[in-house]
Ligand binder design. Structure first.
Ligand SMILES: Cc1cc2nc3c(=O)[nH]c(=O)nc-3n(C[C@H](O)[C@H](O)[C@H](O)COP(=O)(O)OP(=O)(O)OC[C@H]3O[C@@H](n4cnc5c(N)ncnc54)[C@H](O)[C@@H]3O)c2cc1C
Length: 419
């Protein structure tokens, strides 16, 4: 790409939020839009579950009942409480019921959306990482790439996902942090994909609680069978103190649990990855608009902790921003439009839930109803209880009974992996 290139709109990142914004602009307007994605291809950095609530996607792509030509519809949810070696099924709490949603490979969804954008004339460039914003007199006028080149535009859309490099700099430089305080908290999502020997896509979405996180650490697991592959993951809150409770070890313990291992052993692990998830919710959102710039999706903290969903919010935010830009309206109209969507209203209703989970998982489920009318716990109450560490100390040693780690973690240390 030549230095000093100009576009009407630059979009940083090619996740669901960015691509929904891009598609909306391209479908409703005639602007030159350039999408910059740092991964080697669209979808290559896209790690998610993923169960997608289809309403926002259907609105984006034209209202079909089944908006995608791929994916496995969820026909039932099973919630398993894992003890150290056993499991117990119990009914799924309403917020995480996902019957009627689609289980998809998130990378495939992003590639599909990128193709839709390209068919409307949008330029989607991979392997181009935006490194910092270009700000002139308080207005964002473009981005500088890692390669040193610059791209200038009338409007910059930031859809970098969690902990975005450019987003953080823009939020600081333009003073977009609301209330002057940070309420951010994070989880790490880790997953493996198993190429199954048979077809495991029977439409059951398994959600797990308990082992290896115990009842005080925020998080849980999932097993989704999607078109011949089994996606197995664990999301673990990162705000608890305690050096002994490493995320890699937790994931190994999870994969080694008999209930989970039966899925791991149905085939061969063909992929694994991890990604940070914003868990701060509504209270942690920055302002979504500054002069010349708008933030969409998880970069703006838009993840519904109560429903364990971020993709529908990402798409809703991108779509509402895209419509505002295509119509030539001021960017300040974007949050107003987003706040009226069903996805955002559900997100706002869940604004106190994560704080309840920091006390214990049962408290979190009590807090599932906590929305309007419930006071938000104070910052001091957000801190986890130290007692949660006792659970970890009592767990048996790894390696597991067959002496193998599922995912070797010693590759950089020069040690031979034990698989
Ligand atoms: C393990 C796991 C399971 C999950 N399960 C679900 C689920 O079942 N359902 C659900 O709805 N949500 C789920 N989520 C959350 C959901 O995946 C996210 O909320 C959603 O992907 C956010 O979309 P986004 O477009 O805002 O950001 P992302 O999907 O993170 O996309 C951001 C993109 O921007 C690129 N990028 C970042 N910085 C730059 C830069 N400086 N320059 C160029 N490119 C850049 C990245 O490479 C990436 O492609 C899960 C998340 C995880 C990690």
């Amino acid at each position: 790409m030549a230095e000093g290139i100009r576009a009407d709109v630059i979009v940083v990142g090619a996740g669901a939020a960015s691509l929904a914004a891009t598609y909306s602009i391209a479908a409703h307007g005639r602007k030159r839009v350039i999408v910059l994605e740092k991964a080697r291809g669209v979808g290559a950095h896209s790690i998610s579950g993923a169960i997608v609530r289809p309403a926002a996607l259907a609105r984006l792509l034209g209202g079909q009942a089944r908006p995608l030509p791929f994916g496995t519809p969820v026909v039932q949810d099973e919630v398993a409480l894992l003890t150290e070696r056993k499991h117990l099924f119990f009914p799924a709490p309403p917020p995480i019921r996902s019957k009627g949603c689609l289980m998809v490979c998130y990378g495939q969804l992003c590639r599909y959306l990128a193709e839709q954008c390209e068919s409307l004339g949008v330029e989607v460039h991979s392997e181009l990482a935006a490194e910092e914003p270009i700000i002139k007199a308080g207005r964002v006028i473009g981005v500088k790439l890692l390669s040193g080149e610059t791209v200038l535009a009338d409007c910059v859309i930031l859809g970098e996902g969690s902990c975005g490099l450019v987003t953080e700099k823009v939020v600081e430089a333009l003073g977009l942090r609301r209330n002057g305080r940070r309420f951010d908290s994070y989880a790490l999502g880790m997953k493996v994909v198993v190429e199954a020997d048979g077809n495991d896509a029977d439409g059951t979405a398994y959600h797990t609680m308990g082992y290896p996180l115990g009842i005080r650490r925020f998080g849980g697991g999932f097993v989704y069978g999607i078109e011949g592959r089994i996606h197995i993951g664990l999301v673990m809150g990162l705000e608890h103190a305690g050096a002994e409770s490493g995320v890699h070890e937790a994931f190994e313990r999870f994969l080694d649990h008999p209930f989970i291992r039966q899925f791991v052993q149905r085939g061969r692990i063909v992929g694994f990855g991890a990604k940070v998830i914003n868990e701060g919710g509504y209270h942690a959102m920055p302002a979504l608009v500054g002069d010349g710039v708008a933030i969409v999706g998880e970069a703006g903290g838009l993840v519904n902790t109560m429903k364990l969903k971020g993709i529908d919010l990402a798409i809703a935010s991108g779509m509402e921003l895209g419509k505002v830009i295509a119509a030539g309206k001021p960017l300040s109209e974007y949050p107003k439009a987003l706040f009226k969507t069903a996805e955002f209203r559900a997100f706002r209703r869940a604004r106190n839930v994560h704080q309840y989970f920091t006390h214990s998982i049962p408290a979190g489920h009590d807090g599932h109803g906590a929305g309007d009318g419930h006071p938000r716990p104070t910052a001091a109450e957000d801190r986890p209880k130290e007692g949660s560490l006792g659970f970890w100390r009592s767990l048996p040693e790894l390696p597991n009974e067959n002496g193998a780690l599922f995912i070797p973690c010693a590759l950089d240390s020069g040690e031979q992996p034990r698989t």
